[in-house]
Design a protein. Structure first.
Length: 400
């Protein structure tokens, strides 16, 4: 098996696992609130906590990864930590009087573990496939992340119904221990140092101080754009199920819409990854930004039936939940590879993850004074501003 195929297979397996685990806690909330004495308000603060930690730690991890050249170890360790967080989330079902403490500790570990994959996985693929082609393969890789988000919650509910929630979660712990070893052994071959002579001699040139300052400005602007966009995207991910449940008064219909819509990203990630490689990251970010705004407006104002809601929200999801190949594919096109993990961690960690946390806090505040429909429209304004700022981004930089 050659290096390119191995890097794609084992980073995709890691992405599937990490993104799947990210949605386990929202499902666990429905089980926690059945425990007498636990508050939904306090439990609901945990996603904000692990999102914030993930965002800020991503910057630290990205810089560390650029220095040490131990990507397989970091990705394997992240999967072990994901499993540890699941183990800690079992404790509230056993020690109810210590439930919040173990939720907090588990959330901290989950936040750290979630900060590792995206900048490093994108870097591995960029090194092995090259800056020009990597976005297409980031799309394939990202589709496995979307698949994980689709199936992990269903598997948990299925296991909980058969063997109980505690044993169901233990099965996930065992899975993460096994998959961490598989990913580590599968990517053990990868060393950035092997690719650097080729990079410095031909694929990319050493940047001048002036160009480095310009690159810093571009990354800073991209972080702002992604931050504003993510403020809206995060609230759509978190609150659309509640909104749909209120519209149809049916969790079954809501579940069908969410499942179909999220599955569209399995197809959308490779497609938009290809567009990023073919036409450049700026073009694809612009296309997806306009598409998500347009279809969300159709979803809010012109959806009068189950079929129309399903179609409009599915197209919204297609344009929205495909950020991994588009955003990090664009970063790989404009940033020298020796700084790629650091740049990717800023865009994904601060822009995407911290921006999403801030959006959730803002939306919670809006719900105190406005209804959910109006609050969605107010938050959509952040995505609109983000889209207008795209005009200031440069186009992709081709390999030389």
């Amino acid at each position: 098996m050659n290096a390119k195929l191995k890097s794609l297979i084992f980073t995709s397996l890691s992405h599937f696992s990490v993104d799947g685990n990210f949605l386990l806690f929202p499902v666990l909330i429905t089980y926690y609130i059945e425990i007498q004495g636990l508050s939904l308000v306090i439990i609901g603060l945990m996603p904000v906590l692990y999102n914030l930690i993930s965002g800020f730690m991503g910057v630290v991890i990205g810089r560390y990864a650029d220095r040490v050249d131990r990507d397989a170890m970091l990705l394997g360790g992240a999967l072990v930590m994901n499993g540890l967080s699941v183990l800690l989330f079992i404790v509230p079902f056993i020690l109810v009087n210590q439930a919040y403490l173990f939720m907090i500790i588990g959330s901290v570990i989950l936040g750290i573990s979630q900060s590792i994959y995206h900048p490093i996985g994108a870097t591995v693929l960029s090194y092995t496939f090259g800056q020009k082609e990597s976005a297409s393969y980031l799309g394939i890789n990202g589709s496995f992340g979307s698949l994980g988000r689709s199936v992990f919650p269903l598997i948990l509910v299925f296991l909980a119904a058969i063997v109980g929630i505690k044993l169901g979660l233990i099965a996930f712990v065992v899975y993460f221990l096994i998959i961490s070893a598989v990913v580590y052994l599968g990517l053990k071959f990868f060393k950035r140092e092997k690719y650097r002579p080729r990079i410095l001699s031909g694929e990319s040139k050493i940047a001048s101080p002036q160009s480095q300052r310009g690159m810093t400005s571009v990354i800073g602007l991209l972080v702002v754009i992604v931050f504003l966009r993510s403020m809206f995207v995060s609230i759509s991910t978190t609150y659309i199920p509640t909104y749909l449940d209120g519209v149809f008064r049916s969790k079954e219909l809501m579940g069908i819409i969410i499942s179909v819509a999220f599955f569209s990203a399995v197809i959308g990630q490779p497609f938009f990854g290809y567009l990023t490689s073919r036409y450049g990251g700026k073009f694809t970010i612009s296309l997806t930004s306009v598409g998500l705004i347009g279809f969300f407006l159709l979803f809010l104002f012109l959806s009068r039936s189950f079929a129309s809601v399903l179609v409009n929200f599915t197209f919204f999801a297609l344009f929205t939940y495909t950020g991994f190949p588009v955003l990090l594919g664009y970063v790989s096109q404009i940033v020298p590879k020796e700084n790629l993990s650091s740049a990717s961690s800023l865009v994904w960690g601060i822009g995407n993850t911290v921006g999403g946390s801030v959006g959730l806090l803002a939306f919670d505040g809006l719900l105190v004074i406005r209804n959910m429909f109006d609050s969605f429209l107010i938050m959509l304004a952040f995505a609109v501003v983000s889209t207008f700022l795209l005009v200031f981004l440069p186009k992709k930089v081709q390999d030389t």
